[in-house]
Design a protein around this ligand. Sequence first.
Ligand SMILES: Cc1cc2nc3c(=O)[nH]c(=O)nc-3n(C[C@H](O)[C@H](O)[C@H](O)COP(=O)(O)O)c2cc1C
Length: 318
Amino acid sequence: MFQTRITELFGIKYPIIQGAMMWLSRAEMVAAVANAGGLGIMASLTFPTAREFREEIKKTQSLTDKPFAVNITLLPTIQPRSLEEYIEAAIKEGVPIIETAGRNPRQYMNQLREGGVKVMHKVASVKAAKTAERIGVDAVTIVGFEEGGNPGMDDVTTMVLVPCAVDALKIPVIAGGGIGDGRGLMAALALGAEGAVMGTRFMLSRECPLHNSIKQRLLEASEKDTLMIMRSINNPERVAGTDFARRILEMEERGTTLEELLPLIDGRRQKKALDKGETSEAIIPCGQVVGLIDDLPTIKEIIDGIIKEAGKIRKRLS
Ligand SMILES: Cc1cc2nc3c(=O)[nH]c(=O)nc-3n(C[C@H](O)[C@H](O)[C@H](O)COP(=O)(O)O)c2cc1C
């Protein structure tokens, strides 16, 4: 039952996908997921140049001979970059799967198709999912309101969004947002998805290069300890409910400007804070599922645990 169109399309053992995470999903994490039978996704946003991105791809390839993917987030960045160069680097290095996210990938489809890669696109609405199918992507990931990162403007939960997308599409759907264990995987499959993407769960793994003090803080967080910020600039982001995030929310409620917000959400600021283990200086993306997570296993233990739990659920239900 763990064989789906997604495991077949990507050549992976389990329908478990580790969500791209800026600064965090680098070679070690991506390779560990691949070696444990899932699909690891490297976040290209982490790398200021396509050259550094290419080096990290090579490093990942030295750590695993299994397939993995890279994520190209199409949202505008404070330091502009040529996404074509990043796509070209991934194609040249033989990465078999590219995930796009954030915006419609139409303008990159020719390059992706000519490069012979499988394309998955991440969306937060059924409308965007249908557009992605129409322009020819191979699979769609749809993420609900619970997700850590950018769950879109509609506030529709994973439980509703996934079956709506499954009903509307012919290509396989991957569910995301709020999934962190075998129960979540089984729920996603029951809703008609053929894979489940998890970000927050893999953030709280041994291999994740997040400072231990932030990991400890997140382990103590409940399902109520996240906030949605940046709705005022039409790019809502679910983050850990820290004082820093609350300060941003208050600024937004007072009608702050984009210029005032930009220095606070700058990726370099976030990198410094993540490295220092400092939660009072930058936002930390994190999903509501953080409330379910209270351990810090290896990635192999996470994936094996999810599959074992899912197997038990299957037995119980039959
Ligand atoms: C710390 C963190 C960083 C993220 N960075 C990115 C990113 O760079 N690009 C992207 O498309 N999604 C990003 N996401 C979203 C994840 O890839 C994934 O869709 C999400 O975490 C799934 O929801 P969950 O956290 O409830 O499992 C990030 C999520 C987290 C928690």
